[in-house]
Write a protein that binds this ligand. Structure first.
Ligand code: UD1
Length: 418
């Protein structure tokens, strides 16, 4: 496991860098294999620690998970499984909560540890529970676990208070084996939701409308195993775009899809970048210096909250002042203290950050507080005179595969520090 990274600014970037499979999709696809007995195969699976955690969780339930090659994974779902997600695993990865829907749909019961808060502040699961309750699930909570049972899931009209990604996914995975029709209104519209729907349909499910605000699920009585290719990771792609924006240069970001990140690309073009879709990915050109813009995070198709640390790092070295507004998670600004230690001029007020760009930052020892913030510090280091040492780099490995090798491949001066 990598604990610290050393980065020095090395001039403009050149060459090709390849985007892996989407973390926020593959974790749910892995959970969905609980729904059908037999052997599933996922392709384009990223080699990241969160995938290892989900594999561990599935193994603890009795499924077998193994790599078939560099990025293919076989998951065998046996007849009998243990319907429980233990605290040690849920605590390590909050996304584990998505096993709740599939466990209920296939086993009629689930015992899942309650996820704690994390560095983004409290992240409740009330919407997941309400949606499942509407489908006929009874819940009790005791000793830090949610205990859920149902005699039969029954399709229903669900109206989400907010387009929550996790709640939409849990409801889809429960609804797919419910009797009758489930309609999820105000559903999350992320590309990862459509990827999950495609996998469920490949398993024999009937899900339509995924990617829009209304998802309609006609329940089926059973599902069969399937083979599926995970969509590319738009957040990893965005991280590479940010690096090219800050360092300048010309790079092909292979496999990246503009249709999954249109709003972000529009912003980056406003900042002075050139980004064109080609059959192999995105042809990207960074300017001499970026221009500042204002940014507000919103549910998809708005600018994702996960892009924000990268955008703040870009604005920290851009020409002008940019205001960044976080609308999804309270307290997702912790990494800003680290950027300030690198000389950035950023003030935060509530859920706003005012970023005054400087031509150059100053390399410093900094700490990665979470996956995306860690990657953003690496981006900022490209415009920081001297050396930046990022500790807590194991956070970065939760969401980025071969981070050092991939970035070195386009000319970033980056190495494992210890
Ligand atoms: C997913 C992504 C995460 C991304 C987020 C928003 C994964 C593994 N993670 O997280 O990277 O930042 O979508 O795009 O896919 N909320 C409630 N009650 C609930 C559920 C959510 O109040 O029951 C709130 C959350 O606190 C947050 C907002 O709704 O303020 C959005 O959360 P949600 O879309 O559910 O995010 P996740 O699925 O947890």
């Amino acid at each position: 496991m990598v604990h610290s990274l050393r980065i020095r600014p090395g001039g403009a970037l050149h060459g090709r860098i390849r985007v892996g499979g989407a973390k926020n999709s593959v974790l749910k696809l892995m959970a969905a294999t609980i729904l059908a007995r037999g052997t599933h195969v996922l392709h384009n699976v990223p080699r990241i620690s969160d995938v290892d955690y989900m594999a561990e969780l599935l193994r603890s339930m009795g499924l077998s998970v193994q790599w078939l090659g560099p990025d293919s994974m076989e998951i065998v779902r046996p007849d009998a499984i243990v319907s429980e997600a233990p605290y040690e695993l849920v605590e390590r990865m909050r996304a584990s909560i998505v096993v709740l829907g599939p466990l209920l749909a296939s086993e009629g019961m689930a015992r899942v540890a309650l996820p704690g808060g994390d560095d983004f502040g409290p992240r409740p699961i009330d919407m997941h529970l309400r949606a499942l309750e509407d489908l006929g699930v009874r819940f009790t909570t005791s000793h830090g676990f949610v205990e859920a049972t149902t005699d039969q899931l029954v399709g229903a009209n669900l109206l989400l208070e907010f387009p929550s990604v996790g709640a939409t996914e849990n409801a889809m995975m429960a609804g797919v084996l419910a009797t009758g029709t489930t309609v999820i209104d105000n559903a999350a519209r992320e590309p990862e939701i459509a990827d999950l729907a495609n996998f469920l349909n490949a398993m024999g499910g009937s899900v339509t409308g995924a990617g829009s605000s209304t998802v309609v699920i006609e329940g089926v009585t059973s599902l069969h195993p399937a083979t599926h290719e995970v969509i590319p990771d738009r957040i990893e792609a965005a991280t590479f775009l940010a690096a090219i924006g800050v360092a300048g240069g010309e790079v092909v970001v292979e496999r990246a899809r503009i249709d999954h990140m249109e709003m972000l690309v529009t912003k980056l073009v406003d900042m002075g970048m050139t980004i064109d879709q080609t059959p192999e990915g995105l042809a990207v050109c960074g300017p001499e210096r970026l221009r500042s813009v204002d940014v507000a995070t919103l549910p998809y198709p708005g600018i994702a909250t996960d892009y924000k640390p990268m955008l703040v790092a870009m604005l920290a070295t851009a020409d002008g002042v940019g205001i960044v507004t976080e609308n999804l998670f309270a307290g997702r600004f912790r990494y800003i203290d680290e950027l300030v230690r690198m000389g950035a001029d950023i003030r935060t007020e509530g859920h706003h950050a005012v970023v005054r760009g400087l031509p150059q930052l100053s390399g410093a020892p900094v700490k990665a507080p979470d996956i995306r913030a860690g990657a953003a510090l690496a981006v900022a280091a490209l415009a920081a005179e001297g050396e930046t040492i990022i500790s807590g780099a194991d956070h970065i490995e939760r969401g980025y595969e071969h981070f050092v090798d991939k970035l070195s491949g386009i000319g970033v001066d980056i190495a494992v520090a210890q």
